[in-house]
Design a protein around this ligand. Structure first.
Ligand SMILES: NC(=O)c1ccc[n+]([C@@H]2O[C@H](COP(=O)([O-])OP(=O)(O)OC[C@H]3O[C@@H](n4cnc5c(N)ncnc54)[C@H](OP(=O)(O)O)[C@@H]3O)[C@@H](O)[C@H]2O)c1
Length: 318
């Protein structure tokens, strides 16, 4: 037995001692209303207040918030999550990984799961900058408007956390996905990283001026604009006469919007013959998914919410 495993048995036995032997307020969450604790591990120096609010709205009773988290400093905190509650009570503890950098979030998320062993685990969720919940909402909304299999989808400014996950989900739905960036090497790095993690094939493209913006759109049926807040990526004049475009989605909610001529509240409104989705049209589903995922973290101690599980939830709720 490894040192960790034997320590695990020690803790597990301790957690099942009668109350008279262990000074704990409760052993059974159901009987005593054991608090649902969410460990909010953020890769940034200031943990996301947005994620904190949604954690409470999703059913957490208390948040333990940790900034500057990375694979090298997470072990003790993960042990605090897995060695403190036993049996069914363990599902009252869960871990949320957030922050603005997706690669750092993924590394932390993976490191946490490597610390888990046998039943010494709690449910975990990755949502750096809302990457999974927002992308899942956007793609679930897109697919609710029509089939995208075999169609060309362009993810403009797809190098951010949301765009990368959005590109993955579109590809998993059978679309041929172009992921753009102002810098080709950034687009290539994002396509390679998502390809490695999810086994999807994404095509990188540099889009840095009107000509390349228009070239990316040629022959496309689907657009997902995933750029930074307040940046117009695709002016109305460029898409309104497209003969191929069917669905146009934009997740930016800060004016000017990412796609000109679209409204923030659009939930499938037809403009120039194309079905449109705006940032708030997508955002209401995103909030539902994010809250529901938090709720579900506390339903078992072994759930892993990354892109796939969160997208499945999105399909259920869309
Ligand atoms: N609707 C919702 O519910 C919801 C929820 C969460 C987030 N959001 C929004 O979703 C969007 C994407 O979020 P994110 O965190 O993935 O975005 P992000 O990382 O802030 O930005 C995405 C990409 O935008 C590009 N970009 C930045 N400045 C630009 C500029 N001046 N001109 C052109 N491109 C520029 C960058 O790509 P390159 O440098 O590679 O070109 C960047 O990687 C944001 O607008 C965010 O506010 C919406």
């Amino acid at each position: 037995m490894t040192g960790l495993a034997s320590a695990g048995h020690f803790y597990e036995n301790l957690l099942h001692l009668p109350l008279s032997n262990v000074k704990m307020e409760s052993i059974s969450g159901e009987k005593t209303g054991m608090k649902k604790l969410l460990f909010q591990l953020d890769t940034d120096s200031i943990p996301s207040s947005f994620d904190g609010v949604v954690a409470y709205d999703g059913g957490a009773d208390h948040l333990l918030t940790f900034p500057n988290m990375n694979p090298d400093n997470v072990e003790g905190i993960a042990h605090g999550a897995i060695f403190t509650r036993g049996g069914k009570d363990k599902q009252n503890t869960a871990i949320f990984v957030g922050g603005s950098n997706l690669a750092q979030g993924e590394a932390l998320f993976d490191a946490i799961q490597k610390i888990f062993f046998s039943n010494f685990r709690v449910s975990v969720m990755l949502d750096s900058n809302g990457c999974n919940t927002t992308a899942a909402a956007a793609v679930a909304k897109i697919t609710s408007l029509g089939s995208i299999a075999g169609k060309k989808a362009v993810v403009y400014a797809g190098t951010g956390p949301v765009g990368q996950r959005g590109a993955v989900l579109l590809a998993q739905e059978g679309a041929e996905v172009i992921l753009t960036s102002r810098k080709l090497d950034r687009a290539e790095a994002a396509c390679q990283a998502m390809g490695q993690r999810f086994g999807v094939s994404l095509t990188p493209m540099q889009v840095s001026d009107p000509a390349s913006t228009q070239a990316a759109l040629d022959g496309a049926q689907i657009v997902l604009a995933a750029g930074a807040a307040g940046i117009e990526l695709l002016p109305e004049a460029m898409w309104q006469d497209s003969a191929t475009l069917e669905i146009l989605a934009d997740i930016n909610t800060v004016p000017p919007l990412g796609v000109g001529g679209l409204e923030m509240m659009d939930k499938g409104e037809v403009r120039h013959g194309k079905k449109c989705l705006g940032g708030l049209g997508i955002g209401s589903l995103k909030m539902k998914i994010h809250r529901a995922a938090i709720t579900r973290l506390f339903e078992a101690n072994n759930q892993v919410f990354d892109a796939g599980a969160i997208y499945a939830l999105a399909k259920e709720l869309a």
